[in-house]
Design a protein around this ligand. Structure first.
Ligand SMILES: [Cu+2]
Length: 77
């Protein structure tokens, strides 16, 4: 994990349903990486998981979840 944001870096793994192909994975990852404060995003189609590391001072977990949902996927809370 990179040492930046004054060490304020959080990681979250979300369960996401609705991703059906690598194209979906790409869309989700690309959209998350475009968010301010998101440092890394990856998604697994097989596990239906999306992992994000982010600076909680810049972006909130809710923003990450709503970004995924705005694309048409569902985050299990
Ligand atoms: Cu797809």
């Amino acid at each position: 994990m990179p040492d930046c944001c004054g060490g304020r870096m959080e990681s979250v793994t979300l369960s996401v349903s609705g991703m059906k192909c690598e194209g979906c994975v790409e869309r989700v990852v690309r959209s998350l990486k475009a968010l301010d404060g998101v440092h890394e995003a990856s998604a697994s189609l097989a596990d239906k998981k999306v992992s994000v590391s982010y600076d909680p001072g810049t972006v909130r977990r809710e923003d990450i979840e709503s970004t995924i949902e705005n694309l048409g996927y569902r985050v299990q809370r």
